[in-house]
Design a protein around this ligand. Sequence first.
Ligand code: SF4
Ligand code: SF4
Length: 114
Amino acid sequence: MSELAESKPAAGSKIAAPPRGLPGWLEIPLGGILVEPGNAVEYRTGSWRTRRPIHDPGKCTSCMICWLYCPDDAIVVREQKVVGVDKDHCKGCGICARECPVKGAMTMAEGGAY
Ligand code: SF4
Ligand code: SF4
């Protein structure tokens, strides 16, 4: 195991713990090797996030623009309405907030944790 793979966040670090007891980025194989195919849903990329989208259902018109643009399929839709963000897979890129045509319906906040 390399020196990098053995390193751990310092005590008191604000690096978020991996969700649901899964290995963090320091424990996964170097190079991001896919050891099993068809497992994209298991990669909970939400732990990479440093900014987080905030959805305001009171302002949202469910125009679906954010759903169309999200590169991670992380916009949650139920009964043809946008109801929020999949926090396990949203990487916090901010595209949804950038493309949203309704002021305040989707905004970005600092910090990855909800
Ligand atoms: S782009 Fe904005 S208004 Fe349209 S569904 Fe997404 S959050 Fe709602
Ligand atoms: S911040 Fe990026 S990954 Fe997260 S919901 Fe918006 S477009 Fe998708």
